[in-house]
Write a protein of this length. Sequence first.
Length: 306
Amino acid sequence: MIIGKKRIRNLELYWHLIEDNSEFCIAVNELERYREKLIDIGFSQDLELGETILPKVIGPVSRFNAEGRNERQKHLPMETAYRQTIWKWKKFIGGGEVEEEEGIRDVPYQCYPIKFIAPRSHELTIAEVENQKVIISSRILKSEENSINARDIFNLFFEIFGECMMLNNNLSIVKIPEIQRKNWSILPPGKYPFEKLIERVNTDLGIVQNRNRKVINHRVQQINDANPNFIAFGNAGFTGYWIFGFPNINTYVLESVYPNNATYILANDWEAISRLSKSEILRNDLHLARIEHRINWPNEINRFLR
């Protein structure tokens, strides 16, 4: 049964179609109808079996799925927070001459405390059913605990495709070859001059306000000056995230374009990191350190890259 909706708030119309404690997945078929859409959200031109992506942000549901959400706690007193900006000043150098200098400064402001709701990180996979390619979600166990997850996956399909169907009668007909995650693109090995690297960075900076771009560029330059062995750029729902790899010291730096995020120091092998979902990468027990984007950021990052 094909279900066409814009969004659902509860699952009552469909939940009863699934037996309790049984598994099902959500899918769409006849992929040629959605070729342009599939490429836009992160799949390759070839739409190969096994391709798995975190969908690119195209609306509020996919945004929450990929980026999570900040909720202002307006029932709590306001507190001091900080944003970073480029600060310019003139310095006297003698003989009546001055030169302009610039640096990063923390600017305090008052706001309500923010509670971060982690991204759902639901992925989509190209699988095969009766010799036909389909897009499927991960398997979902019908239970009260999973009802919110199931609703979010339904709404993700509705936002992207405008329809979906449930595969629940015989999941054994769903053939999934080896998973090929397409969430990261690795630049060719070798040193990248900052001027060359920033050309690639700027493609992600389109989603950032102009006033934040120079601050981000400063951070990228400092990390790149430490000569990483490789640099990986996030694709699809990972757009705006970069990993600088230093395997010789077992250190991987996760940086992003988002001004209110932090820099994460990961201590794991790259192959393992590339297979993780975004929420898994950002979980506290999977990173070695979380360095806030504050005035002491340069000193903190240097501690891990020496």
